[in-house]
Design a protein around this ligand. Sequence first.
Ligand SMILES: Cc1cc2nc3c(=O)[nH]c(=O)nc-3n(C[C@H](O)[C@H](O)[C@H](O)COP(=O)(O)OP(=O)(O)OC[C@H]3O[C@@H](n4cnc5c(N)ncnc54)[C@H](O)[C@@H]3O)c2cc1C
Length: 394
Amino acid sequence: MTADVVVVGGGVIGTSIAFALASAGVKRVVLLEKSALASGASGRSSALVRMHYTNVEDARLAWASYPLFRDWTERMDGPPVFRRTGFLAVVGPQDAGALKSNVEMLRGIGIDTVALSPGELKTLQPFVNVDDIGAAAYEPASGYASPADVVEGFRRQAQARGAQIRQWTPVTRILRRESAVTGVETPSGRIDAGAVVVAAGAWAPRLCKEIGLPLEARPKAIDTMLVTRPPELATPHMVVIDHVLGTYFRPESDVLTIAGVPCQVWDVDPDTMPTGLPPSAPIEGAQLLTQRFPAMERAELARGYRAFDCYSADRHAILGAAPGIDGLYLATAFSGSGFKIAPAVGTCMAELITEGRARSVDISAFRPARFAEGKLIAGPHPYKPRRDHLEPAR
Ligand SMILES: Cc1cc2nc3c(=O)[nH]c(=O)nc-3n(C[C@H](O)[C@H](O)[C@H](O)COP(=O)(O)OP(=O)(O)OC[C@H]3O[C@@H](n4cnc5c(N)ncnc54)[C@H](O)[C@@H]3O)c2cc1C
């Protein structure tokens, strides 16, 4: 069999790329997923859709992606996937100046966001404890999405445009002749292709290593718990990224709240990692949750799980042509933050493959070679590093 482009991986990134390639008129797009679609990070994603970043590159991708979530029904001909709740990024007093600078940067891109004082935040969400907060960034239009429905929509529309989506079909090897990719090998045969996109999430480092391409990325576990909200918090709160506590909270349906629990478990094997939470995680999650929302004292644990994603050395995605191997493209290492940018990543990768350059958003900063060049992605006004982005102390 021969394809124009093979996409390896059927998460939100792979399906978005397949959809964008087929939409751009590429005739023979084949997406291969070793398991079921959305069975990796994408199906477990908390799927916050927000624009607040401390670097302009990610913010531009998030901003370019947002309209598709918002206008999903009209543009993707499917049920709505996005719930608008409003979004808050909160920081401690030492980061208040940086937050104001970042809000200015984001407003310069066109994003509707303002900086709030702790008092203004309290007026907006009276049940939030603001004692340790120096400032908040507010985005009224942001919220969260249903990750499985987004992947399903990309699948449906990619197939409608002629893409082949094959589940339960692992790529056992990427094939190359000298410095060019020639296709992929699967248990049901070889597929010849001049272009192969690695969108294999936490499996990408292993897949790339097998063809002699080291990736500056490692799989890391991510812990999540859900609680039922007490009656006094019955109305859903906003989505909150909490840079003071190093976590995030968002409503799920009308009765639950999702809380991220900082997790520093690196180099997990995504095929064998236990998906249950360690007993310490709900305890820590409850402490964080009640510190920010004191009324959550009366919340009840509903469930929790461990998932994973692929984290790069600078905690930003790796996007672009693989150095030294013609026809091989990388879209991976989204570092716990790839869901919200998936629509624009799909479009940009399709442009890169078909036209040689991403036109919609400049993704050159995400190029795989940046690590070797020492040009890591970092905005000028970073916040205190998140605990779960750090290596554990040895
Ligand atoms: C708990 C959690 C919460 C998150 N919250 C957010 C959030 O709020 N906002 C946000 O923007 N991001 C969030 N993220 C991050 C985001 O979900 C991920 O960055 C994104 O889903 C990555 O998508 P992906 O397609 O690259 O990877 P995946 O979804 O992991 O997909 C990769 C796919 O490749 C397949 N595959 C691997 N190897 C092969 C092979 N050899 N052959 C064929 N198929 C293969 C796998 O089976 C898998 O389905 C969160 C992630 C997690 C885990």
